[in-house]
Design a protein. Structure first.
Length: 400
């Protein structure tokens, strides 16, 4: 049976805010804003009642409070969001194994092999919405011939909608949209295209790929030309391996104390190491991200001779990278530590904590044992139950 619209994009509606409403039913029907509660926190989710006042995701929390001062402001609870995300993922995989998560609250599904059991893709979308509703949540589903069109459809079907873009209706759906609907068209590219008189996707599709290449570059021009006629050959890739694991934080005030900065680097290294081990991963490249008080942002990386997954090893590299960029610099607004070059399993070797070279086998084993012990305690009592001693006197300075 040929399936002409085999791809579903499922996007949860105001996911974090909806989970908070499940946890506290008294919040239902009220404007709810979820995010960091510090002075520099950002909105991660807003209920639709809050959105009516102009509150949106990624908005500074101070702006949200100005727009909707009577809203209920709730801190992030990522453990709860992950728990519900797992339940939602179970719904998806009950219809197809071809599920490509994009985040905790959205995923692509390829249901081409499921129609004989569950019916046409649109019927599968209805069943998914019903199963998600049984969890106390709502979602919007886009159904289309490919990933690009499915995601566009879900965006235009919100909230709690179902929009099918049939294979024969692609051009009619796509061409009236603004060029900013195309992946890869940011403000600068949109300005460039507008100078050429290209305001809609249909305008862009009407010009040659060669003309686009001259305007925005060969690679981007070919990409945009394909999307403008509804082409997207990317398959749904289930369980795509992580490309990086890390943690970053924007602080509620600028950091300028060396001791405080060192503690924050240690805390971020510890959080990154924990996440690596939870995913059974290790990596060879440590990257430091620094944003200064004037909003200048820099990244520095170091690739090691062996994989790492423990706090001391990651911290040593991150601290060394920071020491090289910190002289005569402004105060610190944001720090981030991440690890790339990932492989599955524990590392074969560890870095010395004190100097270049390898740890002795005894010290190597002691750090592995310590990491295993901390992971066990954290699984039972939570991430804050145990950590580096240097963080014990840390006051709360940030907003996750």
């Amino acid at each position: 049976m040929a399936v002409t619209e085999p791809i579903l994009h499922v996007d949860m509606d105001a996911f974090y805010a909806s989970v908070e409403e499940i946890k506290d039913p008294s919040l239902r029907g009220r404007p709810v804003v979820v995010g960091g509660q510090g002075g520099r926190g950002v909105v991660t989710s807003a209920s639709y009642e809050a959105r009516r006042y102009g509150v949106t995701s990624a908005m500074p929390m101070v702006t949200a409070r100005r727009l909707c001062p009577h809203a209920v402001y709730v801190p992030n609870d990522f453990e709860s969001y992950r728990d519900f995300s797992i339940k939602i993922r179970d719904v998806f995989t009950s219809f197809t194994p071809l599920v490509e998560p994009l985040s905790l609250d959205e995923a692509f599904l390829d249901v081409s092999g499921s129609v004989r059991i569950f019916g046409p893709p649109a019927d599968i979308a209805v069943q998914i919405k019903e199963r998600v509703k049984a969890l106390g949540l709502s979602c919007t589903v886009g159904v289309a011939p490919n990933k690009f069109l499915a995601k566009l459809a879900s965006a235009r079907g919100k909230p709690d909608g179902l929009l099918v873009v049939a294979a024969g209706d692609v051009i009619g759906f796509l061409h009236p949209l603004p060029v900013t609907a195309l992946w890869g068209v940011g403000p600068q590219t949109a300005t460039t295209l507008e100078r050429l008189g290209l305001k809609t996707v249909g305008d862009l599709a009407a010009v040659s790929e060669r003309t686009l290449a001259r305007a925005v570059g060969e690679s981007l021009g070919a990409h945009l030309h394909a999307l403008a006629v509804g082409l997207d050959e990317r398959p749904v890739v289930p369980n795509e391996p992580a490309r990086s694991v890390g943690s970053e934080e924007t602080f509620s005030y600028d950091l300028d104390s060396p001791d405080e900065i060192a503690r924050e680097l240690l805390r971020l290294a510890d959080r990154t190491a924990e996440r690596l081990r939870m995913k059974n991963l290790c990596g060879r490249t440590v990257t430091l991200k620094v944003r200064f008080s004037n909003f200048t942002t820099i990244t520095r990386s170091r690739t090691l001779g062996a994989e790492v997954d423990t706090t001391p090893a990651i911290y040593e590299v991150a601290r060394g990278l920071f020491d090289k960029v910190s002289q005569d610099r402004l105060r610190i607004r944001l720090l981030g530590v991440s690890v790339t070059g990932l492989t599955v399993g524990p590392p074969n070797r560890q870095l010395s904590l004190l100097a270049e070279g390898e740890l002795s086998s005894g010290l190597h084993q002691r750090w592995d044992d310590a990491a295993d012990a901390m992971d066990s305690i954290r699984r039972r009592f939570g991430s804050e139950a145990v950590g580096p001693a240097a963080l014990l006197d840390r006051s709360e300075t940030g907003s996750d």
